[in-house]
Write a protein that binds this ligand. Structure first.
Ligand code: ZN
Length: 119
């Protein structure tokens, strides 16, 4: 009698904690290696995510991916416009940039009047 009750209680508890762990304390990350293999790794939700992981198919270094793109690709995309802007800032003063912008806007307005603008 005692043994049966204890067994039921333990069973219920372990089921509950298993569901809780799966829902709230873990996250799945994808790592993509140079050969385009995808390696799925499960981390704790509050874990510090590594940028790299060993590919499970070919053992090369895989890079963590977000929505199908590796963080290397995402970082390159983010840096692109910023670097271009920095280069512009180095060459031109802010006044010159504003002048250039005003010029482009008036050109666009003129185009729009003639019905040629894409926008
Ligand atoms: Zn691989």
């Amino acid at each position: 009698m005692n043994q049966t009750m204890r067994g039921m209680r333990i069973g219920q508890q372990s089921l509950e904690s298993e569901a809780g762990v799966r829902l709230s304390e873990r996250q799945e990350q994808i790592f993509i290696c140079p050969n385009q293999h995808e390696t799925k790794v499960v981390f704790a939700a509050d874990a510090d995510l590594p940028d790299n992981w060993e590919c499970s198919s070919c053992s090369k270094t895989a890079v963590r991916a977000v929505e199908g793109k590796t963080i290397e690709e995402l970082t390159a995309q983010e840096d692109g416009p910023k670097t271009h802007y920095d280069m512009l800032m180095e060459r031109r003063s802010e006044d010159e940039l504003e002048e250039l912008l005003a010029e482009r806007i008036s050109m666009l307005r003129a185009k729009r009047k003639r019905g040629e603008a894409d926008l």
